[in-house]
Design a protein around this ligand. Sequence first.
Ligand code: HEM
Length: 532
Amino acid sequence: MLSSSDLNFSSFFPWTLGRWPSIAVSSVTVVFLALLCFRFWAFTVKPWLRPDEPRELPYWIPYFGHALEFVNNGQSLTTRARIYFKNRREPFALTLGGEKLYFLTSPDDVQTFYKNTTSLKFESVVYDLGIMFGVSKQAMDRAYEKPESEAEDVVSRALGTRNSRLKCLADLNKEFWKMQLHPGEHYLELQDVFLEQIQHRLGFAGIPPTSVRAESAEEKTVSLLELLQRVLVEAALTAFFGAVLLESEPSIVQDFLDFDDENWKLWYKWPNADQMFAAKGRMAKAIERYLGLPNEQRSDASFIIKTFITSQRALDTSDEDLAKILCMLVFVMNTNTYKASFWALAFLLQDKDFVSQIKDETTNAFSDSGTLDSQYLAESCPRLSSLVNEVLRFCSASSSMRVTSTPTIINAKLIPANSRVMVPTHELHFNDAVFGSLTSQFLPDRFLGKDNLEKSPSFRPFGGGITHCPGRFIAAQEVKMVVAILLRNYDLDVIGETSVPELETKKPTTGIMGPKGEGDILLRLLRKGECM
Ligand code: HEM
């Protein structure tokens, strides 16, 4: 009887008997030579033949290219590519799973990128985002359909507005966002609710219980991360959706946080993402129930939420789709601000002198009775502004993206049509030529007295051009409110491990990085006499 070890390849193909090692060696040699030829052709001959095309970072495995490295740590890959090309900051390309993506890292190219609205398009990116969020194709298509005449413009009729250029709802939405979030009447209303909500939740009695680790009559020890997550997500949901959302759906906060923890799996179409999808589904169902409430119960909702509901319903969007669209709003309004506030406090609390300077500076923003003057906070606290800007510089890992509709020349390099072009913020923010040396260090007063730095084309925490984040004003105010109110209400003591947690640079993010692993700060809040 034959044993299993006798049943090998050589039993069936006897001519290979005894020649295994040499066949293996020859196969490896052939594959290696093929790859060598591929590399020589792709990264030496081709660039020489086509000098007008952006250079590509060499790789060994055709099709896959740098896909694994990008998913594992996109930031270090783009930095490696920039350095590989001698830090000349010319456009370069990376192949990621069969697709060639183009990257811009010089301030001039980035300005060209944001100004070019003719051949660099964003519509398809938002469309794909909606589909990824689970919105039906039908609903997305309707949002991108332009009305043929004013008579057919059901959206403007429902809103009681004029749309003389007959824009589609997707384009009108950009205007609605600006009306809500650029300084003006709707912005000020929203800011007032934010302030009231944050002030309430940072008062001793209002501290969210889930963030408290120990307490006595005069002090509470809290997880800083959980405190800020709860305070800011609850404040934003109330300010935008009105009080009824949290009253009727309190678990939506945790559902959002569970989704946020793994949201990158959605963009990367990650296979093992059941928990993320489940959290997203719970969030959408909660909003669908909110949409089923009578309008009167939502009368304190913000302008933008009311406008989204009215305009989408005018297009016959189902509540199921509308809920998913509103989930995207919940995501953009919440995903970055609690992280930015966390880093602002984490870095600030390292430096006792800076704490007392910011305390002095922000004291004047409060009246004797403890009311916070939002305008003073926004405009007359330069150290606090510098701290927030440095957080945005240091902790940002977003990328702006456009798709070329026709072949496009940037910095004398030709980018083919239908290509994705990216601006990785991290590469701009760590440019010593712009931000001075020591860009790898967190310097809270880096922006102090340097207005030009904040306006620099290289400072892009909020992107730019047609997709410039409309939430940038309220986001900065939220961080400033949190810092100023905490410093006024409490003496703050970091307990145990006092160093700043590490940034999670490996998890892909759409904005501000979170802390790595379980990174957090245990903070003792010792109640002060003047506590509100
Ligand atoms: C620290 C906080 C924030 C950061 C770092 C941030 C960052 C960004 C970035 C990088 C973009 C994409 C820009 C681009 O592609 O060029 C963006 C877009 C956007 N952000 Fe923010 N954001 C923040 C807070 C907010 C808040 C609080 C809101 C709303 C309340 C908001 C609403 C939006 C919207 C609606 C867009 C899409 C703009 C468009 O495509 O027309 N953001 N944000």
